[in-house]
Each structure stands twice: as structure tokens, then as C-alpha cells.
Design a binder for this molecule. Sequence first.
Ligand code: C5P
Length: 304
Amino acid sequence: MKSATITIRCPAKINLGLSVLGRRPDGYHEIRSILQSVSLHDTLEVQRARRFSLQIEEEWAAVSRGGGVPADGGNLVLKAAAALKSSLGERAAAFRLIKRIPPGAGMGGASSDAAAAVVALDRLYDLGLKPPEFHRIAASIGSDVPFFLYGGACLALGRGEEIYPLPDGPSLQLVVVFSAKGLSTPEVYSRWDRLLTSTDKASRMNDFAPWCLVLRGEDPAIANDLETAAIALEASLGEVRSALTGAGAKAVSMTGSGSAFFGIFSDAKAAEHGASRLRRAGHAAVNAVSLGRAEWMEAVRAVG
Ligand code: C5P
């Protein structure tokens, strides 16, 4: 007998470097990035029901984003359900989503929730989806969603939906700083378009390759091409970068299209001290660790 409620953890991600190669004919941007699962997570509970519903509970990490997450068809959890319509027929589900990952942070919270919804619906109704179908459905919901079917560290190409799992690197001790204001991904990309003066794809690829060394425990200067665009939209983000460096981070970057920044610290103690120092200075800072693929799988499945 299947348990009445399926509960899935939805871990966030950071981008260990993000290179934007240019705008594509379909309006998306061609990117290169290393996506890395982290311990901060939402939780999704799913039960069989006669019609779809979504209840959101807010337990935001560090910042309040009240009202920032749609509970209607705009929510990627319900978009995931709609994407499975042909398999589900008239079958539906009641979702309860506990939100900790702030939206507009670049940590893929909504995408992780959506991937969890696809997995949960497949389990709830024994849909028997095969890996290529999972991937195709996830990519139709959003560029970031397929990554959340694999977790750990992955190379992301194309618009971010082309995913190549990478071997785990060493555990990264992180501090994430959330800004009071979230950023909209389309707005950040469109600002990037306007700031762009030249595209030298060859040199961008050379910049990108060494970032993979972060997975070997080395400290390459990871960079996110969207950072300048994000700071152009929200000038205060420049201070977050220098505050993280001042708190002892050995590498600092924005994640995704922002507005959160993260710092990599040499060990857990340095990361805890760094986060307290940032909080004392008024920043919304939280500690997190990277999750290897097995740890990610454990985190996702632990709840049942
Ligand atoms: O795929 P997703 O719906 O998450 O993308 C949201 C928006 O972000 C797109 O409509 C596009 O404006 C922008 N985007 C982009 N290039 C990417 C990913 C997203 O321009 N690689």
C-alpha cells in the first residue's frame, strides 16, 4: 500500500561560474555553467486529490519574501502538473510547499520544486515515466528544471537544460547572502544584452574551463557574466560582493541571475564566523554546504 503523502526535499543550487556566450535565435541565451546542489531546501508534500491545489507555507531563509511566490497557475509546481496532463488524465493532487529558498535569488528554488512535483506525481500515480521523458518534461517547464533531476555537480550547456553530471568535488563550505530585493531572470538577461559590446566566444570558453578546478578543491576565480547586469539593475549588490570578501571568503560569486551571492570558505568554522560577521553588519547571511550526488539523493529521498 502506497503511503498517502509523498514528501520530497527540493534542494537549491548555486552556479560555480556562469558564462553567457550570446543571444540565440529563439531569444534564450547560450550559457556554460557548473550547477551545484546545496543544503538549503524547500519541502514539497503531495497527496492524491480530485483537483489540483497548492498551499504555500513560508519559512524563508534569512529574508522575507512574503507574497513573492505565486500560489496559482504561475507557480512552477502547478506548471509541472499541467505538463503531465496527458499522462495524468483526470487524476490530480494537493500540494503543500514549504518555501525556504527565496525567489529571485538565482538559487533555482521554483525549478527544484517543479522537478520534485514531476517526480512525486510519477510516484503517486505509477506513471512509469522513463528518464528521457522526465528530462523532456522538466526542460519544457524551465531551463533550470532538468538539473534538479540529477543533483550534485553538473555541467550545464545550451539554455541551461543540457545537463552533464560531473564527479563530486570536495564539500564546499558556503555563506549565501540574500539581498532584500530579488531579481527577475528575463530582466537580468535583457540588461546583459544592452551592456554587451563584443562577443569573443573563444576567450570566454578559455575562461570557463578552469572553473572546473573548483571541483578538485582548487580556488579558481569563478566568474558570473550576469553579475555586471545584475549590479546595473541593483547597485547595492556590489557591496554584498565586497562584504563577503571582507568576511573571509576565498572565492565570491553571484549565483544564476542573482540577486544572491555566495562565498566559498576554507572550512566550516571560517564559514560560521563569516556568516555571523555578515549578519552583525546587517546582511541576510546563511550557512550552507554543497551536496555530492549521493548526499543530494539522500536529502531528496530522506523524507519518504
Ligand atoms: O527557461 P525559463 O522559463 O526559466 O527562462 C526564463 C527567462 O529567462 C526566459 O524567458 C529568458 O528571458 C531568460 N533566459 C535566457 N537564457 C537562458 C535562460 C533564461 O534568456 N539560458
